[in-house]
Design a protein around this ligand. Sequence first.
Ligand SMILES: [Zn+2]
Length: 376
Amino acid sequence: MQGFRLGSISGFEIRVDLSWLLIFFLVLWTLSAGLFPATYPGLANTTYFGMGLVATLLFFASLLAHELSHSFVARAKGIPVEGITLFIFGGVSRTRMDAETPGDEFQIAIVGPLTSVLLAGFFGLIWYIGINAGWSVVVTGIASYLASINLVLAIFNMLPGFPLDGGRVFRSLIWKYTGDQRKATQIASTGGKWLGFLVIALGIWQMFNYAILGGLWFILIGWFLYNAAEASYEELLLRTSLKGVRAREIMTPYPEIVSADLTLQELVDKYFLSRRYQSFPVIQDGQPVGIITLSQIRDIPREEWVYRTVQDTMMPTDQGVTARPEEQMSQVLEKMQESSVRRVLVIQNGLLQGIITANDIARWLQRQREFGHQMG
Ligand SMILES: [Zn+2]
């Protein structure tokens, strides 16, 4: 998940996923064209839009506060958090590892919904004071919306399906009582998938009852939940399997290399057409300087291949696509997921030792299975 950078708060980098832009406008539209005009009739359209904008921004800030609370507790538990990426109903804290104990996981998970409950109370208090002091509905309307949406967020996030906070709490409890993190994840992920189905079914039912917009929301959230449950389970399975494994055990040693001075045409003719590889390490003066992939070349118009060089097109090594032979695979995996080329070069003392691609990891997992190693 890349997204774009918003800024940073106490060392946590805040990013916004592109999907959030869509959500931002959907919320803005729902509020300024739907909820506010229906609840508080008789105001000007520009007022509804202003209310919608402020409420959407504060909703966004509430999500951020929720997510930051997870990050602060995670950091206090010794888990490095790089930052936060916001998307649909919340966000993810980008960490390089999972909680070591069920107790830590429980505390990291529960603080999010608690923060949302506190925010609901805070906005509820503003609403209450405003109602009694006779403030404009512009203010009390926004406060009332924020109080309810934060309460909804807290309740929604406490549903017992991984990767929701409630699912994590659920997982930490099973983990605590069975002592088996993988089994706990499996149960909590299955819960998440069922929850996803249930929410989608609810959305379809709503649409049949002519609540089109509400129904769409449910389907969107359900679909997101289902996918997240599946993806996080597979990711955790992979992370558990690769625990303690080093880059040098996974890499393909001494891969075939290409020179940085080649034109793309030469590279395609001499290498990609006659080899089965999807990528090559790029070398200049005996030093690894980047990675060139087939998909990078496909993005370049064919008429430019004759004069563009590998050097102009490659992903340079200073873009976080390198690893040391002794580096933990959990970290390497993170780098691979963050980079658009999905692979890393293994380098020691400035010399190329190997390359790691998704295929190398898949082959390694396959070998582990064939030799009957118990994973996890
Ligand atoms: Zn949360």
